[in-house]
Design a protein around this ligand. Structure first.
Ligand SMILES: [Zn+2]
Length: 45
């Protein structure tokens, strides 16, 4: 699972829509969901 964020639309989008926003010239940021306990610790802080 991955969560992406489009700065131009100011909304969170899924990975499939991320490529569409990029094709529109939007600034898309990608966030990978945590898989390990260490990653979860970083996200929960
Ligand atoms: Zn967008």
């Amino acid at each position: 699972m991955a969560t992406w964020y489009c700065k131009d639309c100011s909304e969170y989008i899924d990975e499939r829509m991320a490529s569409w926003h990029e094709s529109q010239g939007h600034a898309v940021l990608g966030y990978r969901a945590p898989k390990s306990m260490e990653d979860r610790h970083l996200w929960s802080s």
